[in-house]
Design a protein around this ligand. Sequence first.
Ligand code: HEC
Ligand code: HEC
Ligand code: HEC
Ligand code: HEC
Ligand code: HEC
Ligand code: HEC
Ligand code: HEC
Ligand code: HEC
Ligand code: HEC
Length: 418
Amino acid sequence: MWRNKTIWRYAWPGLLLCLAAVPALAQSTSTCLDCHATLDPPLQVTEQQFAADIHAQKGLTCASCHGGDPKLADMDAMSKKAGFRGKIEKKQIPELCGKCHSDGAYMRQYNPSLRTDQLAQYKTSVHGKLLAKGDLKVAVCTDCHGLHGLRPASDTRSQVHPLNVAKTCSRCHADAAYMKDHHIPTDQFAKYTTSVHFDALTVRGDLSAPTCTTCHGNHGAAPPGVDSVQNVCSNCHVFQSQLYEKSSHKAAFQRSALPGCMVCHGKHDISHPTDANLGAGPKAVCMQCHKPGDVCDQARVKILGNLTQLDDGIRGADQLLAAAEASGMEVSEARLEQDQARDALTKARVSIHRFRVDPVNQDVQAGMKIVAKNLQAGKDALRERDYRRMGLGVALLSIFMVLVGLRLYIGKMEQKAR
Ligand code: HEC
Ligand code: HEC
Ligand code: HEC
Ligand code: HEC
Ligand code: HEC
Ligand code: HEC
Ligand code: HEC
Ligand code: HEC
Ligand code: HEC
């Protein structure tokens, strides 16, 4: 008897729920999509397009952003009474997106690890500040993220995926006509695409190389100030930064408000540096400030001399070892050790950032010691080869002499016999 009672207590609310779900199931598709899939752009939003949107995938609907009632047919769906907001003006977009994305409690229900500072950060950016002043040319959330097919940043098809960011920014920043009233350069994209960083990112697929937003921030996009340029670079180039930090350039550049690393490397078109940058030719970076023959220039000449000495040394030893190997001598150990000399040269090229002779000289002497050892190994191998060749020559000569002697002896014997 009591069993039946329990069954009923649980069963009848369930039954009611099922009944309530029947009409909802029948109308599960959105009337908004029914109409808007058939309209012409820009009013068109297709089911396929919206299905790719992270918001649709998380169960949100058109009404989550636009208001209105996706269950009502006809234009009633877009009535004021159904809470329809009408067109969302560009100026209102950050607040609309921020309504959910700044709400930590709400976002946690979906994804506890997602940041909720985008709107707060955006307001500190040049984009956000100018928007507040009524400038409608700046980027708002949808300019960078897209709309109605919006994917998470981790999706390679997202406009804000690291491989696509530069193109997204360039839509405005490389368009001179669009940026005309803002009087800032529009060469960042063109220059960036010639840089070592772009090359590492796109050609070698090294996602640790920086794109626009790595240096500028994504939501707080502002040009790094003179003080923070070095911080931007030092996130990745730790050793160069540590040395530069101790150098007298750091203080001197700061006094004159010069932008640290950028003085010698540039910003958007950073290229692979070479020893020629330390020279006095067309690629020289030191001669912008130093005069030929002054104390600093003398240091520069010594530093360059040091690097050249090790570079030449390594090349000389490489050639000798290659010659030894080509003539069949065993020098594989010395050839392996050449890598240590090359490492010393790489280290010396980092050490130049102290802008003193001593640290570079130390690295170079350590490399030269290894080169000297390998050079000796190469010379020994070649001497050994010559020695073996001479031995072989002596042996051949003796055999030849024996043969000649034998022939003479046979000749004599034949004469005797006749
Ligand atoms: C019966 C077809 C139909 C339905 C249903 C419908 N729309 Fe529309 N919608 C239109 C047409 C036609 C226009 C353009 C007419 C206009 O400019 O007023 C429009 C315009 C819009 C606009 C642009 C408004 C503007 O001011 O430019 C938005 C946003 C929009 N609809 C969203 C929705 C949403 C959200 C829903 C569902 C809650 C929805 N629509 C349902 C046909 C429909
Ligand atoms: C995540 C929020 C969001 C969702 C979800 C969303 N929209 Fe929009 N929609 C916007 C924003 C923001 C704009 C204004 C874009 C602009 O002007 O740049 C917009 C613009 C529009 C426009 C006007 C286009 C124009 O240029 O006049 C239409 C029509 C529209 N949406 C329909 C829909 C329909 C239909 C759905 C559901 C299938 C939908 N939207 C889902 C945020 C959203
Ligand atoms: C009604 C609430 C709501 C509104 C309004 C809204 N979003 Fe979302 N958004 C969400 C939810 C929920 C998710 C899913 C989070 C998850 O599960 O990862 C999401 C996800 C995202 C993601 C992907 C995050 C990731 O995982 O990388 C982006 C980007 C995004 N939204 C941008 C926008 C933009 C831009 C707008 C304004 C046009 C907007 N959102 C408006 C609720 C909203
Ligand atoms: C200038 C371009 C730009 C603008 C404007 C922009 N975003 Fe983003 N957003 C990005 C980039 C780039 C990423 C990817 C970051 C990454 O790779 O981790 C991102 C990531 C996100 C994410 C994923 C979580 C996170 O913070 O990494 C959300 C959510 C998001 N944006 C929402 C918004 C909202 C909301 C707005 C407007 C208030 C907005 N974005 C404005 C470029 C932009
Ligand atoms: C919709 C067009 C648009 C897009 C997309 C856009 N920007 Fe901007 N951005 C602007 C405008 C307009 C300004 C204002 C320029 C000014 O007057 O300083 C600006 C300003 C800036 C500034 C400050 C420049 C300065 O010296 O004042 C930086 C940095 C910047 N954007 C970086 C980015 C990055 C990085 C991206 C891509 C993730 C991006 N922007 C995407 C339009 C855009
Ligand atoms: C390696 C870091 C780095 C990368 C990558 C980078 N920038 Fe910059 N950007 C800088 C620095 C540093 C400045 C100069 C700040 C200063 O002069 O105070 C700057 C300045 C700017 C400015 C201000 C105007 C100007 O040219 O001086 C804009 C706009 C800008 N960058 C946009 C971009 C865009 C768009 C991309 C991607 C195509 C990009 N940046 C990639 C570091 C970078
Ligand atoms: C997000 C990390 C990151 C940031 C930030 C960054 N770089 Fe790089 N940088 C790299 C990577 C990765 C490479 C490619 C290294 C390679 O060629 O193996 C690289 C290469 C270089 C090279 C060429 C090295 C060579 O041997 O060819 C120079 C010079 C350079 N960066 C300078 C800078 C300067 C100056 C800044 C600041 C304006 C900067 N980088 C900011 C990661 C970064
Ligand atoms: C006064 C000029 C100058 C300044 C300032 C400077 N560099 Fe350099 N940098 C050079 C020169 C010259 C080379 C080339 C050395 C060579 O190949 O002989 C170089 C080489 C490099 C290299 C690649 C070579 C290597 O193996 O180290 C990187 C990366 C680099 N610098 C990063 C930085 C960073 C990061 C800063 C700021 C903390 C910085 N540089 C500041 C002049 C400078
Ligand atoms: C933008 C101008 C500028 C550039 C470019 C520059 N220097 Fe300097 N350098 C200075 C100034 C200013 C000082 C003096 C610092 C002081 O008085 O404390 C200095 C000091 C030095 C010193 C003395 C350091 C010490 O600790 O006593 C050396 C060595 C030096 N520079 C070498 C170089 C080399 C090598 C390069 C090229 C890779 C170079 N500089 C590029 C401005 C520059």
